[in-house]
Design a protein. Structure first.
Length: 79
């Protein structure tokens, strides 16, 4: 099992493609705006909603195929 907070684990998955700062900012922004919570409060049960909110931005930044592959990997990690 991977160690770290849920938000840190998501940031770690996003960072190779977005860079660490953008990964952290995206996670924070979408947690606050979409889920109305701080990233530290994010639980595995919140991940599907967070990923759904991130999907359009990731598809724009990374392309549809890469974004969907990344989202699938993150989804599997939290199942």
């Amino acid at each position: 099992m991977t160690v770290g907070t849920t938000s840190a684990r998501i940031e770690a998955r996003l960072a190779p493609l977005l860079g660490p700062n953008m990964a952290r900012n995206a996670t924070r922004t979408f947690c606050q705006r979409t889920l109305q919570m701080e990233p530290a409060a994010l639980t595995p049960a919140d991940v599907p909603r967070l990923l759904a909110a991130l999907r359009p931005a990731l598809r724009t930044l990374l392309g549809a195929a890469t974004a969907e592959h990344l989202l699938d990997e993150i989804t599997r990690e939290f199942q």
